[in-house]
Every structure is written in C-alpha cells, then in structure tokens.
Design a protein around this ligand. Structure first.
Ligand code: 13P
Ligand code: MG
Ligand code: MG
Length: 374
C-alpha cells in the first residue's frame, strides 16, 4: 500500500500576541480533519500547535500535493480557524493565508508543507516509525545543522559507521530559497560531497535541506522539510516561516536518538523578535506557547508508529517533553541571555539580506540621501 504522510501548518491567529492559537481555533481544525477521516479522504491524523502555528499531521493515499488534502481539507480548516480568530479578536488572524484561493495545492500560498510518500511496510522496512518536527519563530534553514550532523557527521551519529545501510550514505536535495522564478535545487551525495554541502548549508537564510533520500534504497525518502520563505511569496515581512519536517527513523534510517542529539547544541538561528534577530533554538514539548525571552525560537518533536492500515495518531512520544532536556533548556536560555546583551549590534540582529524585508530599509534609504561626499 502506498501511503503519504503530510504535515501542513499555518499561523492563522493567536492569543495575547503571537504566542499560541485558542482552543476554539484548534477545535475547528480538528473538526475538519475528523470529517475528512470519516469521509475516507484521510486515513488518520491529529492537530497540534507549536507556538502560534497550527499543524495538521495526517496520512492518506492521495499522494503529495493533492488538492483534496491541501485545499479542501487544510486550507478550509485554516479558514475556519481564521474566522474564529477574527471573532475572538486574536492577533494576526489569517496571517499565513497569503492568497485568496490556492490553485490545486497550498505550496506558495503561505502554509508550510512537508510530505513523504512511501510503500507501507515492505520487507526492507518491517516497521514504519517517524518523527514530526515543528518550529516557531525561525526559518527552514533552522533544520540545516541538526540534519547535517545526523546524516553526515559520525561524531554526532555513530550509526553512520555502525549500520551498513546508513554507511551507504544519502542524497541531499538542497533548495535555493532566494530563487523567485521556479524552484532551484541541487542534489548532493554524502559522504563524498560533504564539504560542498557545508558550503551551502552554512547560509541558512538562503539554502535549506528540502529532502533526503537513502542511497541504499534510492526510492526511500527519509526527510522532507517545508523549505519555502514567506517573504518571497508576500514580497515583504509577514511573519516567520516556522518550518515543519518529517523524518522517518530506525532500520534503514537513523535512530531517534541520533536525530535529536544535535538539539543539545541550541544552535543560533535567524528568527525570534520580528523574525529579524539571532537566537538559539529551544526544544520544547508539543503544544507549547511562545513565552520565552525575545521570542526565543522553539522546536517540538513527536514520534509515531504506523500500523498496516496507515493509522498512527493515537499513540505518540513527545521527545522534547522529557526531563532529560531540562539541562539543555537551561544551557540554551543562558546562550539566549548572552546574545541579547548586545541588542541589535552586529550578528545579534539578522543579516542585511534578511532585514531587506523590514522597515529598516526605508530608514537606510533616507539616510543614504543625506550622505555627502567630502
Ligand atoms: P510568527 O511568524 O510566529 O507569527 O512570528 C512573527 C514575529 O514577528 C515574531 O516577533
Ligand atoms: Mg504569528
Ligand atoms: Mg509562528
């Protein structure tokens, strides 16, 4: 049986500023998903939030980019939640719905999408387990470092040495998120091309891993990331992209511990206040609000197992809810406080290219006119 896993998320309004959606908004999205499952459009699914972003996580047999899933289900569900956000006076109602009516699928219309289609339970993969990452107050490049470390660096993932299937390597699809006319991608095989991969991924505002495939089984996609930039869709700053990722694990793929180990670092990403600063990313339990200092970027991670019918949603493991992450959180909070001390100076604020979509550009233009040559 071919199954598609889809994660579609959007910020369509939140309480008390950009913190979290209301219970009523989440209920509206859950209602639409329940209807889709009842009518057979979707197999199974659940609705979560990470900060102010609502994620619909579902399985179905319609393939990636399907209009019944993207438009009839997800877009309509986000519209229903937007109407409630408007009634409740919530902040940013409908923020990520950037077009009037998406045609066919929601790619390029605002919501973030990660999707993987695969054969369910073939002999090479007797159990299907996977993780869903969702991040708020940051951009898709936030996953570059953790994915690089898990798929390319044995110092962080000893499984690359221990497992013969992992040892065959992976093909990384990296997208140039600045390309405005159509998608611009490059496929690089690792480990052979690791230094070329690094040369691109270090620029996380422009390049992001969009997909990773196994080289042992090239049809098997292990990672999908929602690698689109809202400012390229809207032409101005409308909120941060707040990316989601699906990562399949175990067997022919890395194990969960290998995939989440890099989140110990609390690496600095672009995001947080007005999407225009540099702060470390904090692992948090699912359904957390954004309450940390200066809109600290957050990331959640749920693990699931899929049964032979494609159902998974009623059983999950909330990886970052575990107390073993508390020491990491304290470490990351200290990193956050440290960089905040220098306010807007230098690297504490986002790069010049990134702030090109903010009001700072107008100020610089006016000042430019005041300059004189001496
Ligand atoms: P969101 O994209 O989560 O709405 O955050 C936007 C922002 O500007 C935070 O300060
Ligand atoms: Mg928001
Ligand atoms: Mg958000």
């Amino acid at each position: 049986m071919r199954v598609t896993l889809s994660v579609i998320k959007a910020d369509v309004g939140s309480i008390g500023g950009h913190t979290k959606p209301s219970v009523e908004m989440l209920d509206a999205v859950r209602q639409q998903l329940a209807d889709a499952i009842r009518s057979g459009v979707a197999i199974d699914g659940l609705v979560t939030h990470t900060g102010d972003d609502i994620a619909i996580i579902l399985s179905h047999d319609k393939g990636p980019g399907n209009s019944q899933i993207h438009v009839d289900l997800a877009w309509q569900a986000f519209l229903a939640a937007t109407r409630i956000a408007q009634e409740q006076g919530n902040y940013g109602a409908g923020q990520d719905l950037l077009v009037d009516a998406p045609s066919g699928n929601v790619r390029g219309a605002g919501p973030a999408v990660a999707e993987i289609e695969f054969d369910l339970l073939p002999s090479r993969r007797p159990a299907e387990s996977f993780m869903v990452f969702a991040a708020d107050k940051c951009a898709p490049g936030a996953y570059n470092l953790p994915l690089y470390l898990a798929f390319c660096d044995p110092m962080h993932n000893g499984g690359l040495l221990l497992s013969p299937r992992l040892h065959e390597g992976f093909t990384l699809t990296i997208i140039d998120m600045d390309a405005k006319e159509g998608d611009r991608i490059i496929k690089l095989d690792v480990p052979e091309r690791i230094w070329d991969v690094c040369a691109l991924l270090r620029d996380m505002d422009r390049f992001a891993i969009e997909a990773i495939h196994s080289r042992a089984f090239p049809d098997e996609q292990v990672v999908s990331v929602s690698a689109t930039r809202l400012h390229n869709i809207a032409g101005r700053y409308t909120g941060k992209d707040d990316p989601v990722a699906i990562v399949r694990n175990q067997g022919i793929f890395p194990a969960p511990e290998e995939l989440i180990e890099p989140y110990f670092i609390g690496h600095y990403v672009t995001g947080d206040a007005r999407g225009s600063h540099t702060m470390p990313i904090m692992p948090v339990p699912i359904n957390s609000a954004v309450s940390g200092a200066y809109c600290l970027p957050i990331v959640s991670c749920l693990g699931f197992s899929m049964d032979p019918q494609g159902r998974f949603a009623s059983r999950s493991n909330d990886f970052f809810a575990d107390a073993s992450w508390d020491a990491t959180r304290l470490h990351i909070q200290r990193k956050a406080i440290e960089i905040r001390r220098q306010g807007f100076f230098g690297v504490a604020m986002a790069s010049q290219a990134e702030i090109a979509y903010t009001g700072l550009v107008d100020t610089l233009k006016k000042l430019d006119a005041e300059f004189v040559s001496r």
